[in-house]
Design a protein around this ligand. Structure first.
Ligand SMILES: [Fe+2]
Length: 409
């Protein structure tokens, strides 16, 4: 059961959507707010290119645990101007809670056709250079994390249209508007940032966003929104059949060996989930899950009541995903939620990502979504890469198998 979507739809019709200007810095949204944008210079592109060539001589996959563990150090070889830009975004939390780095060239022919499913991952990856740049920039904000329940536990996700998901409320859908949301808002270990890197976007499909610092808080019942009176359910991207900690197989290529609870999936990842709760995937990630791993279990059961806002009441953090929220138990909470949704709808803006663009969204300050589009399924469709980033890997230690594992199970 979800929040009264008819109400949300009505409010969405009031959107004031203005596309960012793409020529010249700084860009401004419909409220006149300056967008945080950095365009790489030719010399910066050349410098980064040399660095990436060296890194690719040492690592062959962006999922390589050794690369991931080294990425925070390697990232400090990125040009100073880029590091300062991302450090300011992290430390100053500037509105509107998104930042865009443009200018790194992408070869449309070189990356190949847009796959028809995220499970189709060519190895070695033809866009390894871009993927490594993406992770290095993400590492300047925090540590990349993934979910056992999303895209087979891979850390770098593909966002592309899948025919079977055409009308689903999921990043691999297309015809349905993706309602704005905080990424993985249902979960206490959600990322502090979500990153999107554009490989191609031929139809100029817009990413929507709005920051809590863009809305009129005086129009919201902030006190109520700070109280644990709301519930959020997992979104459709968390397919429980992908849960590598689950010892039951499914029809998606997983095979189950009863006593040993060993699972092999199509990507060669194996899971041994008996008493030892050990998980290993094809890219060398090996984890030992704790007996209780309760933080992941609870959100998939009966949702705990949570507050939508936290932190500073004058510039709060957000935890919100209206499409997957149940109606609150009381009228006061319902009115507070409806009022906040209306405020965010009234400030919703758009950014159209071009190939090579890397967008980071502050997942505690800003919601994001996506406009609907007509997919082609001919290899030329919109194709993004996505990562989740945490500022504090330790927070999720009870749900990761080791201190170095990046997968929340
Ligand atoms: Fe999202």
């Amino acid at each position: 059961m979800v929040l009264a979507i008819e109400e949300v739809t009505a409010l969405a019709e009031l959107d004031c959507l203005v596309e960012f200007t793409r020529n010249g810095d700084p860009t401004r949204d419909s409220t006149g707010m300056i967008m945080n944008q950095l365009t790489l210079t030719d010399s910066e592109v050349k410098m980064i290119g040399r660095q990436l060539a060296d890194i690719m001589s040492r690592y062959t996959s962006v999922e390589d645990p050794d690369f991931l563990n080294s990425s925070a150090v390697i990232a400090h070889e990125i040009p100073t101007r880029v590091r300062k830009f991302l450090n300011d975004f992290k430390q100053l939390e500037p509105p509107p809670g998104i930042c865009l780095i443009s200018g790194y060239p992408v070869s449309d022919a070189g990356i190949g056709r847009t796959p028809t499913h995220w499970k189709h991952r060519p190895e070695p990856s033809p866009m390894l250079e871009m993927e490594m740049l993406f992770v290095l920039m993400a590492s300047l904000l925090g540590d990349v994390i993934g979910w056992a329940t999303q895209q087979d536990g891979y850390l770098i996700h593909d966002v592309l249209p899948i025919k079977e998901d055409e009308y689903s409320q999921i990043g691999t859908g297309s015809q349905q508007l993706i309602w704005w949301h905080n990424e993985d808002a249902f979960h206490p270990y959600r990322g502090d940032y979500v990153g999107l890197m554009c490989l191609r976007n031929p139809d100029r499909v817009a990413t929507t966003f709005a920051s809590v610092d863009m809305i009129r808080l005086e129009h919201c019942s902030v006190r109520t929104l700070f109280e644990p009176r709301f519930t959020i359910r997992p979104d459709e991207s968390h397919d429980l059949s992908n849960d590598l900690s689950n010892d039951l197989g499914n029809g998606n290529g997983h095979s189950v060996n009863g006593n040993g609870h060993t699972v092999n999936n199509a990507n060669g990842r194996s899971v041994n989930n008996g008493n030892g709760h050990s998980v290993e995937n094809g890219n060398g990630h090996s984890v030992q899950s704790p007996e209780h791993n309760g933080a992941m279990r609870e959100p998939f059961g009966r949702p705990r009541k949570i507050a939508i806002m936290s932190g500073d009441p004058s510039s709060p953090y957000l935890r919100l995903d209206p499409y997957f929220m149940d109606p609150p138990d009381d009228d006061e909470a319902q009115q507070a939620l409806t009022g906040l949704i209306g405020e965010i709808d009234s400030k919703l803006s758009e950014v159209v990502l071009n190939p090579g663009d890397i967008l980071f969204v502050d997942n505690y300050k800003t919601v994001h979504g996506r406009r609907p589009f007509k997919a082609r399924y001919d290899g030329s469709d919109r194709w993004l890469k996505r990562v989740n980033i945490t500022r504090d890997l330790r927070r999720s230690r009870d749900s990761r198998g080791s201190c170095t594992s990046r997968v929340i199970i």
